[in-house]
Design a binder for this molecule. Structure first.
Ligand code: XBP
Ligand code: MG
Length: 253
């Protein structure tokens, strides 16, 4: 019997659509603050998202896209310091309430807690970003709702490697058959599937056209009673938003 016991959530794109108006804006502000004339447009940032992790993304940009010869002198310490500025600016955006949770997220978390499901997070993003997002949307005490917050550089290989989900599962001391993951991107899906997790996708701004083969269900968002979601792949069995009963049904498929 593989009863559902735990839900593991990605953060960026899944809990909130953070990339275009959050991370991208913070990167550009950090570049300006450090006197760099780099500008990541909405379109360019979509390409850069193929690389998960902010520090890794800056490095890739310097190696492959920015032909500025000054860039050759920018080593890992410089990138780490620039990225710390970006994290500070991203947290400021969250504190200003600029980045809301996606439809259905708060409702589903509340229902999961009422039904005593265990909760965890598995994300590429920096731990401060997770804490700030939770605190500024769900309140300070919401950090404690999550038994495990697996984030950032805690594992050597970021998504699409399965390491971050493997780590979260180890910390939860649970078999993946008792869990279900929530993701928004193909890199995230590769990671969760690599950890043998059934996965529900809610596509986000940058990921709508990605390949989600292997996902149990693909939605435009999780939906609310007054805001029906749209099924992109899979079967929601006639309901118009994802509640825990629907999650349990997906888990048995
Ligand atoms: C999210 C990311 C992150 C964020 C930025 O991927 O790729 O890098 O863009 O966060 P996922 P940091 O949702 O698949 O976990 O700058 O803190 O790395
Ligand atoms: Mg994501």
């Amino acid at each position: 019997m593989t009863e559902l016991q735990a839900l593991i959530f990605d953060v960026d794109g899944t809990l909130a659509d953070t990339e275009r108006d959050g991370h991208r804006v913070a990167f550009n502000r950090a570049f300006a603050e450090r006197g760099l004339d780099w500008e990541w447009s909405v379109e360019l940032y979509g390409e850069l998202l193929a690389v998960t992790g902010g520090k890794e993304r800056i490095k890739y940009y310097l190696q492959r896209i920015n032909a500025d010869t000054r860039a050759y002198g920018y080593g890992d310490d410089f990138i780490a310091e620039l990225h710390a500025v970006k994290t500070k600016l991203f947290v400021e955006l969250l504190e200003q309430g600029q980045i809301p949770l996606r439809p259905g997220v708060q409702r589903l978390l509340n229902e999961a807690r009422r039904q005593r499901l265990r909760l965890a997070i598995a994300t590429t993003t920096t731990p401060e970003n997770v804490t700030a997002l939770l605190e500024n949307t769900l309140g300070r005490e919401s950090i404690s709702w999550f038994e495990v917050i697996a984030a950032g550089d805690i594992v050597p290989a970021k998504k699409p490697a399965s390491d971050i989900y493997d780590h979260a599962l180890r910390e939860l001391a649970i078999d993946p058959r008792h869990c279900l993951a929530f993701e928004d991107s193909s890199n995230g899906l590769k990671s969760s599937l690599g950890a043998h997790l059934k996965t529900i996708i809610s596509v986000s701004y940058y990921t709508a056209d990605e390949d989600f083969s292997g996902a149990t269900l693909v939605l435009n968002h999780l939906g609310e009673p007054d805001q029906p979601c749209h099924v992109i792949a899979g079967d929601l069995h006639g309901v118009t938003f994802l509640d825990i009963e629907a999650v349990r049904r997906q888990h048995t498929l």
